[in-house]
Design a protein around this ligand. Structure first.
Ligand code: HEC
Ligand code: HEC
Length: 220
């Protein structure tokens, strides 16, 4: 027994500890194997023209995919479903028939490999806002960059199409709150919540919820 225990402990505990120490991903952000990442990098060639080889995006053309708090917020299903079904009415077309499930999973692994910060625990508590106020705020604060209907680039503005049903069906309240509270790292999407040093249009937590309620009520 004395001899057995230490070796048993080493066999089981060391890999478990190494894994726990290394993993920055949430359960729904599985990073994929090195083989999947390598295959995904090749398959991603069809995406690079719009999103950039390193996922930096192109202002007004295609969003940044290597933004750290965004990657730390979205689950793999958000990435896979967006690639599979696209965002109807935008230049992001559906890739399901063109690529197939394996290539899509591999691309998700490749995009996930850009994440270097820890997966975020999002605030998914029930919304406590005011719909009418949300409509006003969206018009005054968001519409210039995202379009009055949230059509984004397709409306000739700088931000992405956050009014689309295809986006809102995948974007949880927690993701939308994170983007408004902190901004989307390394993009012109700044923090909009109170105390932000960069933005004049300070929103309270209730305002943020109101804007989300407005977006959801008008999803198209
Ligand atoms: C012709 C340009 C183009 C190509 C090619 C393209 N995309 Fe996109 N992609 C876009 C645009 C534009 C959007 C944003 C649409 C909107 O405004 O709603 C987008 C959105 C996305 C999003 C959602 C990002 C977010 O911030 O919500 C992901 C993920 C994505 N694309 C991944 C890919 C992947 C992976 C590929 C390759 C299989 C790809 N795209 C190919 C233009 C493109
Ligand atoms: C100064 C212009 C500007 C304003 C004002 C603005 N945004 Fe943005 N927003 C952007 C840009 C640009 C991006 C992302 C660009 C990229 O990924 O390359 C973005 C990204 C986002 C995203 C992330 C979507 C995703 O999946 O990538 C959300 C959500 C969002 N904005 C919501 C809002 C809301 C709600 C408001 C109003 C409170 C707002 N934005 C105001 C420019 C703006």
């Amino acid at each position: 027994m004395h001899r057995f225990l230490p070796s048993f402990a080493i066999l089981v505990l060391i890999p478990a500890l190494a894994f726990a120490a290394k993993s920055i991903h949430r359960d729904d952000q599985a990073p994929g194997t090195p083989e999947q990442v390598a295959a995904g990098e090749k398959a991603y060639a069809v995406c690079a023209g719009c999103h950039g080889a390193d996922g930096s995006g192109v202002q007004g053309l295609a969003p940044r995919l290597n933004s750290q708090n965004w990657l730390a917020a979205v689950p793999n299903s958000f990435l896979a479903e967006t690639i599979r079904n696209g965002r109807p009415g935008s230049n992001m077309v559906p890739w399901d028939s063109g690529l197939g499930d394996d290539a899509i999973d591999n691309i998700v692994s490749f995009v996930r490999s850009w994440q270097i910060t820890k997966g975020l625990k999002l605030d998914e508590s029930p919304l406590k806002g005011d719909l009418a106020r949300g409509e006003e705020l969206f018009r005054d604060v968001c519409a210039d960059c995202h379009g009055i209907r949230g059509a984004g680039y397709a409306a000739g503005v700088d931000g992405i199409g956050i009014g689309r049903r295809a986006f809102l069906a995948l974007a949880s309240d927690g993701l939308l709150r994170e983007m408004m509270r902190r901004g989307k790292d390394e993009t012109p999407m700044e923090s909009f919540t109170k105390g932000s040093p960069v933005v004049i249009d300070d929103l309270t937590e209730k305002d943020v919820d109101s804007v989300i309620m407005h977006l959801r009520s008008k999803a198209w």
